[in-house]
Design a protein around this ligand. Structure first.
Ligand code: 2F8
Ligand code: CA
Length: 258
């Protein structure tokens, strides 16, 4: 901390200086400076102070420019962030729209698929009914007593023949009356019938599980002549007793009943 002593001559204003009757007083003023030194060295010292001041000004201007630069950078960053943010929002909105459209399309496809599946089932059912009707139209089904009979036009094993009958809503024929026996042998064809002892050798049962009570075996049948003969057929149709047991894998025509 520096001190500067200033001495001031005080005189009354209405009397000229040096007036003999006047009283000369001297007041000592003391002033305290914290940063600036008193100009005690004349013009040289004042020039140095001016140089310092201009340095401060330059520094202040630089500082101001730096602040402006920082502000501009900050504004740019904020602008870019805002811009990027809005682009991201637009992308999200587009994605959401695409997702919604795809969901809608998927639902429409699902509906179409369900409708097509329903139509396919209806067509399948119609096809089955038409096939049955065609069979009747072609006289493939013959009515006798209270049943309908289907005589195959191709040959298959006993099991395949039975499967075909079941696919037609029927089964291999069960012969349980003299009239039915006469009707079937009257077809004059070698045919698989719905009788087998595959479950228990020697115990013949009809395809509905009922045991054989009245039989029409040909003479010396069933004999299991060739290896395993577990399925029954109409063979000697010219005889009243016309049945024979034969290997189930042999291929033959068959007769269904429903
Ligand atoms: O003579 C009856 C006898 O005839 C054939 O065997 C030689 C039959 N075999 C086949 O149909 C495969 C037997 O079942 C039948 O008993
Ligand atoms: Ca036999």
């Amino acid at each position: 901390m520096d001190e500067l002593d200033i001495y001031v001559n005080l005189q009354p204003l209405d009397k000229p200086s040096g007036y003999p009757g006047g009283r000369r007083s001297t007041v000592k003023c003391r002033e305290t400076f914290h940063t600036l030194e008193p100009n005690t060295a004349g013009p040289a010292r004042s020039g140095a102070r001016d140089g310092k001041k201009s340095s401060y000004r330059v520094a202040a201007v630089c500082l101001g420019l730096l602040c402006l630069l920082l502000l501009a950078g900050l504004i740019t960053v904020v602008f870019q962030y805002t811009q990027g943010n809005s682009e991201w929002k637009m992308d999200m909105a587009l994605l959401q729209t695409s997702y919604n459209n795809l969901t809608e399309e998927r639902d429409q496809l699902q509906t179409s698929y369900n409708n097509l599946a329903r139509e396919r089932d209806q067509l399948q059912s119609s096809y089955g009914m038409l096939t049955k009707e065609l069979d009747h139209v072609k006289n493939r089904w013959v009515r006798f007593s209270r049943s309908l009979y289907y005589i195959s036009s191709v040959e298959k094993s006993w099991q395949e023949s039975r499967d075909d009958c079941r696919n037609r809503g029927a089964d291999l024929v069960i012969i349980n009356s003299k009239e039915e026996q006469e009707f079937t042998r009257g077809l004059k064809k070698r045919l698989w019938i719905g009788l087998t002892d595959r479950e228990t050798e020697g115990t013949w049962r009809w395809v509905d599980g009922t045991p054989l009570t009245k039989s029409y075996w040909a003479s010396l049948e069933p004999n299991g002549a060739s290896s395993d003969e577990d399925c029954a057929e109409i063979k000697m149709y010219n005889e009243e007793t016309s049945w024979n047991d034969a290997p189930c894998d042999d291929r033959s025509f068959w007769i269904c009943e429903k």
